[in-house]
Design a protein around this ligand. Structure first.
Ligand code: HEM
Length: 437
């Protein structure tokens, strides 16, 4: 048996923290140290580290030291060619192809569309009534992906793609991913048949869109994917393009939406921070009803609010890797096959780096800068989030636009917990607010 870092002997205490396990991870780090082995109920243990030196060791290790840590079950939705499931040389090649599409300057060009989607969706919030903000944020982020990534601008077709994607997500029954035996049609009936019908309809729409971009490329990510060639001059196959598009939906939709909902939650509980932000937004207005999307992305306090939200509520709290060969982590030699994680949640709550870690204090990102091994909401190294610049713009534009055009009151009588949602974590209640008229 390999000698792994210390940690609780049993996974049973976790049962008490099932719904919101991450504050418990901080307690474990305080009890056992920054590097711990966390037993997982019904699965293998994960070695988690919040120590910046060891996080650096993970993020700067040779990419070939790791296999993909993504649960195989996700291939049922995304297909096997998704960058999530790739490792080694195929992963490097795909990243190289996709990277230019997410470059900072290119992403800036999407800011106006992000703002239009926010204005459109926020108008649907009922006045003087209580409603959760998360569904509105999800509506915006999905439309942004359809418009900026897929390059679809026609309102009717945006709506139909939006419904098509939600149809696939809603018809996905986790049992069909877990039990391969259920992945067959029973005379056109059953969960698999329902899921495949929805998925095929969506893929059909995507194929039509791909054909369109081949003939008339636009300034969207899909057009770049269709035109991209690898080092041997090879284009991506139609199947590959579809799988990467679906990956962007999964990676970029819920993560950004939950972050906006958390930002609204934290701001409405921190009147001083809200007042500072509203002042900054008012100054940026220059006589217009709302500041332009371009001006929003340059606002210092708004950026700090986004950074602080991702610090307190990283949508991916554990950035995981599976060791393909032995890995030295401090005093430990982890054997091949071990699951290892940079513990973003615990790293973001280390007293030594972030004073009063459970307090929402955007100023800390103006007063000081942090290394990528202390602050890691987008992961790091050879798998760092490809959409980080895109998400940074989107968060600033969505939040800045929402708070310039509406006033909200928090309608949550008790603290909102983090809860597991499709593939990520987010506010359990969706953050209920009253929109003031
Ligand atoms: C607040 C929003 C977001 C957060 C916090 C976030 C966070 C992350 C994290 C932690 C990872 C894993 C990194 C690692 O293993 O080191 C990741 C991967 C990824 N993200 Fe994001 N993400 C966000 C939004 C987006 C958006 C908007 C897109 C694209 C539209 C996107 C595309 C991707 C892709 C393609 C990967 C896989 C990269 C790879 O395996 O090489 N993400 N993201």
């Amino acid at each position: 048996m390999a000698h792994l870092p210390p940690g609780p002997r049993s996974a049973l205490p976790q049962l008490r923290h099932m719904r919101d396990p991450f504050p418990y991870m901080v307690a474990l780090a305080r009890e056992f140290g920054d590097t711990i082995t966390v037993p997982i109920l019904g699965a293998e243990p994960i070695v988690c580290t919040a120590d910046p030196t060891e996080i650096r060791a993970i993020f700067s290790a040779d990419p070939l030291a790791f296999a993909s840590a993504t649960n195989e079950a996700i291939s049922v939705i995304l297909g096997r060619g998704s960058i999530f499931l790739q490792a080694g040389e195929p992963h490097r090649r795909t990243r190289k192809l996709l990277m230019p599409a997410f470059h900072g300057e290119r992403v800036r060009g999407y800011a106006a569309r992000m703002q239009q989607a926010t204005v459109r969706w926020s108008a649907s919030l009922p006045r003087d009534r209580v409603a959760p903000i998360l569904p509105v944020a999800q509506g915006i982020t999905l439309d942004v992906i359809i418009e900026a990534i897929f390059g679809e601008q026609d309102p009717a077709r945006v709506r139909s793609l939006h419904e098509g994607i939600l149809g696939v997500v809603d018809s996905f029954n986790p049992l069909i991913a877990t039990f391969a035996a259920l992945q067959r049609e029973f005379f056109g009936l059953g969960p698999w048949a329902k899921f495949r019908r929805k998925a095929e309809a969506l893929e059909e729409t995507m194929r039509a869109l791909i054909a369109l971009k081949r003939d008339a490329p636009g300034d969207d990510v899909l057009s770049l994917l269709v035109a991209a060639r690898d080092e041997e001059g090879q284009a991506l196959s139609e199947r590959d393009v579809i799988e990467q598009l679906l990956t962007f939906v999964v990676a970029g939709h819920e993560t950004t939406a939950t972050s906006v909902a958390w930002a609204v939650y934290e701001l409405l509980r921190a009147p001083n921070a809200l007042a500072t932000l509203v002042r900054e937004l008012d100054e940026a207005r220059s006589g217009a009803a709302i500041p332009t999307a371009d001006s929003l992305v340059n606002l210092r306090y708004l950026r700090a609010v986004c950074d602080e939200t991702l610090r307190m509520h990283p949508p991916v709290p554990l950035v995981q890797r599976r060791c393909a060969r032995p890995l030295s982590l401090g005093a430990y030699e982890l054997p091949a096959g071990t699951m290892v994680a940079a513990n973003a949640f615990a790293a973001h709550h280390r007293e030594a780096v972030f004073a009063e870690p459970f307090a929402f204090r955007p100023e800390r990102f103006i007063e000081k800068s942090y290394t990528p091994f202390e602050y890691l909401p987008f992961g790091g190294g050879h798998r760092r989030c490809l959409g980080a610049a895109f998400a940074g713009y989107e968060l600033a534009v969505m939040l800045g636009t929402l708070l310039s055009s509406q006033r909200f009151e928090l309608a949550e009588p008790a603290p909102v917990r983090n809860a597991f949602r499709i593939g990520t974590y987010g506010p359990e209640t969706g953050v209920r607010v009253r929109t003031l008229s």
